[in-house]
Design a protein around this ligand. Structure first.
Ligand code: AMP
Length: 404
């Protein structure tokens, strides 16, 4: 993978597609700067190499893009709110252009001097961005001499700025930033170079979101540990009684097929054996423990319980490669967070014992951060959808475009 390390940026303008899709509060303050922090080393390195930087990103899903630029309705999606955070984390003064392809934006990018940074307004204020419009991509390309893709979080989309734009740069004028390189290297390590035993932990709400990844993992992982709401579809498929737990009835056959496939491939597919159940989807509901197969009517499973935690923790601690996507329960509520927390702790423990651990997917990342364990695992992915798609497909449009 060609990174910024192999290109000369002296007196060059680097147009970097970053993923600055960060959460903002009602006062438009950045509440989680992880993605900006992650991109800072790429930006700093290019500035140190004598280049200037033009940053482009999307923020949220602005609805009314008809005006083609920031309207009042889109105020909350304006990237101007993050200028001070970008400046703080890169140590550079950051200028802002309030229309990514406006006259002012091109005047500003053309006048950039080495060491200077310009942030362009939200790309998604133009519907052409998500449509992958070629003319829009070509316009954007005029901002820079070199294209750098460092937006792993959107690399699974063939949008104008993430993939289509790459064709307007020669092979020696496009490359990847450190975020992309780090992400791809860590996924490769798990998917193509995993040291056994390789354990994948898959949780979250729905089986339907995770079918492809489970199927892909069947050919790679030694153990697959299932948790979260999706576990109950498996339990019901095997004949268990699940009360009013989350279940996708149209996926029961598929769950059965996955169980059979695992058996045929010699993969140990673990389904929880017990659950923390509640009579209501609320933190202060009545709560008790239950065998997973006999949840009473009117009750729902909202977390894995002690027996499952013990089994899963042991499998995790004996693993050499670990991939974790999706929480084991409703970890946002303290009454149902223990399973997720214990799995996170087991992963940290295994990492200490020498395992390579990759955490990916929005909610598992939120969980690992909640328990302050991000520094105790090997790699925390910044892109949930992109990570899953990379595992499912083996590549991403944003990667292919730069490598073409
Ligand atoms: P996903 O985005 O599919 O990874 O799902 C994450 C969401 O699943 C989190 O918001 C969890 O609260 C939720 N979740 C996890 N376990 C359960 C469960 N047993 N019942 C309902 N929701 C759950």
């Amino acid at each position: 993978m060609k990174t910024i390390d192999s290109l000369n940026f002296q007196n060059k303008r680097a147009l970097i597609r970053v993923d600055f899709n960060v959460p903002l509060n009602d006062a438009f303050e950045v509440t989680d700067d992880t993605r900006i922090r992650a991109a800072a080393p790429t930006i700093k390195q290019i500035l140190e190499k004598g280049g200037s930087v033009i940053l482009m990103s999307h923020l949220g899903r602005p609805k009314d893009t008809s005006a083609g630029s920031a309207t009042l309705a889109n105020e909350k999606y304006s990237l101007k709110h993050i200028v001070s955070t970008v400046s703080k984390l890169t140590g550079a003064e950051v200028m802002f252009a309030d229309d990514c392809i406006g006259t002012d934006a091109f005047a500003k990018s053309a006048a950039l001097k080495p060491g200077q940074v310009l942030l362009l307004e939200n790309l998604r204020f133009y519907k052409e961005e998500e449509k992958g419009d070629v003319a829009f991509a070509e316009k954007l390309s005029k901002h820079g001499d070199i294209y750098v893709n460092d937006a792993f979080g959107t690399a699974h989309r063939a949008h104008a700025s993430t993939a289509v734009i790459a064709q307007f740069f020669a092979a020696d004028a496009k490359c990847f930033g450190y975020v992309m390189a780090g992400e791809v290297a860590s996924i490769d390590k798990v998917i193509n170079g995993a040291e056994a035993p390789f354990t994948a932990i898959v949780g979250g709400a729905k089986v339907s979101d995770k079918i492809l990844i489970i199927e892909q993992l069947m050919g790679k992982a030694n153990n697959i540990l299932i948790g979260g709401g999706m576990a109950f579809t498996f339990v019901k498929a095997m004949g268990g009684t699940i009360g009013k737990s989350l279940c996708e009835d149209d996926k029961l056959e598929l769950a059965k097929e996955l169980l059979e496939k695992a058996k045929a491939k010699g993969v140990s597919l673990y389904i929880p054996t017990d659950a923390v159940i509640a009579d209501n989807f609320a933190n202060d509901a009545n709560i008790k423990e239950s065998d997973i197969n006999s949840i009473p009517d009117g009750w729902m499973g909202l977390d894995i319980s002690n027996g499952t935690i013990k089994t899963y923790s042991e499998v995790i601690k004996n693993s050499k490669t670990i991939l974790w996507n999706g929480p084991m329960g409703v970890f946002e509520m303290s009454s149902f967070e223990n399973g997720t927390k214990q799995v996170a702790l087991a992963i940290a423990e295994a990492t200490k014992l020498g395992a390579f651990s990759l955490i990916g997917g929005g909610d598992s990342v939120a969980a690992i951060n909640k328990y302050n364990l991000a520094s105790q695992v090997s790699y925390v992915s910044t892109g949930g959808g992109a990570l899953l798609e990379y595992i499912e497909q083996g590549s991403l449009p944003g990667v292919r475009a730069v490598e073409a």
